[in-house]
Structure formats: C-alpha cells, structure tokens
Design a protein around this ligand. Sequence first.
Ligand code: NAP
Length: 313
Amino acid sequence: MRIVPPIYTGTILDGNAVRDQIKAECRPRVERMVAEAGRAPGLAVVLVGSNPASEVYVRNKTRTAAELGIYSEQITRPAETTTDELLAIVCELNSRQEIDGILVQLPLPGHIDSQRVLLSVAPEKDVDGFHPCNVGLLATGRPGLKPCTPAGVIQMLHRYQIPIAGRHAVVAGRSDIVGKPMSLLLLQENATVTTCHSKTPDLAAVCRTADILVAAIGRPALITEKHIRPGAVVIDVGINRIGSRAEAERIFPASRLADFDKRGSLLVGDVHPGDMARLASAYTPVPGGVGPLTIAMLMQNTIEAAERRAGLA
Ligand code: NAP
C-alpha cells in the first residue's frame, strides 16, 4: 500500500444529488404535459434475451419513469428473436402516438444486426441519442436528443459550476456511446478538446495536460497518478467489476479488502480511486458519480421528445 500525503483536497462530485435535482425538475414538466397535452410522456424499453445486467438496467429505467409519472412499457422478447422481428417491433413503436421515446437495450444478442435496429428508431423518439440524425445534430451544434451519459457529465460540471470554456479537456475513449459525444459536447461548451484512444501513444502524457480529464475506456483503474495533473477535474465514466484479489490489492486500500473478501468482487471506475482523490481538485466517485445521471438524463430526454412531439417545446 502506498502512503502519500494529499496534494489537493478533492471535491466529490455527487451524482446522486445531481440526479435528484434533475428528477425534481422533471416532475413539473410531466405535470405540464399532462395538463396541456392530455397525456403523460411515454417511454418504451425493448429488451431481448436475458442478460442479468440488462434486466437490472431496464427495471431501473421503468421504475424511475413510474416514479416521475412517465408512462412506460417494457417489451421483452426471447434471445432467439430475429432482426426482422425486432425491426417490426420498433416500427410499430415508431407509429404509436403515445410513445415518445424508444430505447433498445444494448447489447443485443450477437445474431441481431444492432446497427440496423438502432437506425430504425425514429430520430425524434431516439432517447438514447444514438441515431446518426441525432449524432449529426450534435456534431453541428443543433438541438436534438443527446446521448445520456455524456449529457449527464455536462450537467454535473454545470451544476458544480466547474468552468468548461477555455479549459483543455482530454477525453480518454472514443466510443459512439460515450467518448465521441462527450468530446462533441465539451467542444460545444467551448473547451479545447483532445480525444484519446487505444492507439494514442503516451496516453499519460496527453492526459496530464488536461484541466478536465474524462475517462471512458472500460479498463479498471488504468488511469493513475501518472495521468492526472494535480488540480485537474477528473470525471470517471468507467464501471468495471473486478473479481481478482491481486487487482483489488493494486487498486484499493487495505480497509476495502474485507469488502472484497465478503462479496468476491468490487466495482471500480477507469481511474485509480486513491490517486484521483489525492490529486484531483474535483472528481466523480465510482459508484455514485456519473452512473446515477444516465437514467435521469434518459427521463429528461423522454420529456424533451414528448414536449417537442406535442408542440410544447
Ligand atoms: P467501449 O465501447 O469499449 O470503448 C472504449 C474506448 O476506450 C475505445 O475508444 C478504446 O479505444 C478506448 N481504450 C481502450 N483501451 C484503451 C487504452 N489502453 N488506452 C486508451 N484508450 C483505450 O466502452 P464504452 O461503452 O465507451 O464504455 C467505457 C466505460 O464507461 C465502461 O467502463 C462502461 O462500463 C462505462 N459506461 C458507464 C456508463 C454510465 O452510466 N456511467 C454508461 C456507458 C458506459 P479504440 O477505439 O481505439 O478501441
């Protein structure tokens, strides 16, 4: 275990508190929709197969919708469902007036053409913000539905009044779901943005130039003290479950190892938690940082889609 004196006292960016704020702002919008359009916003979640993690995510989404007064329905189909069958389900949802948002839970079983399915969602109902139309709107700075996780990160920075304009933001990761839209959103906020990926030589040197460092790479605690400029704001998007005790010893202080022994695994982000807490001026913990924001932003997107479709936006 390393014993290193603290350099900066990190402010913990509390995702649960921001999620609760966003949810509180959703409620009056749902009430207004009911009062003025005569119906609640509607969300359809499509789940194919029986991936336990996906089942938990879908349950949480429909539960949060119910809590906010958003109408939701879950469409569950067996793993053997074909691409054509799924396309027919999406097509029907596209045509239903009371459905404002359609979410196809990923990952889909390997035999399904995920790209075709995602392309079939009507862009105005694409509450995940994955359709190329919405990606194009984001890239050109026009209003549209934005991917939930990166949009949640921007909300977090705004609500903690962390300046973005003029800062150097480094995004580690370039996935279509997180990294790329994150870079575009930070650019829209007038940051100077560098996007890194697995072919970036000397990732640590680039990350060390960041005022705002966003890690979205899906590698447990890959980002360590050598990547973090003291005083930087660090946003850890990663959610990784580690099951190896040796890895737990590398990442966690001795006080957490009892937890590991009890549960057989622990959650960790893409950033080494101790290094982040010691060096960052502000940071998102895992769990309890970016994670809670994704569902809140999905609710916000559903309401936004509903307001636009009902002419209330
Ligand atoms: P992904 O699709 O696997 O993309 C990972 C990205 O990281 C890729 O662009 C990859 O580069 C890059 N990368 C991988 N290893 C790297 C390395 N050693 N150095 C530099 N870059 C590297 O993952 P994702 O869907 O974006 O998710 C990223 C993480 O965020 C995961 O832990 C995921 O669980 C988490 N996540 C959290 C939420 C939330 O709600 N908080 C939502 C979504 C995802 P290449 O493009 O070159 O392969």
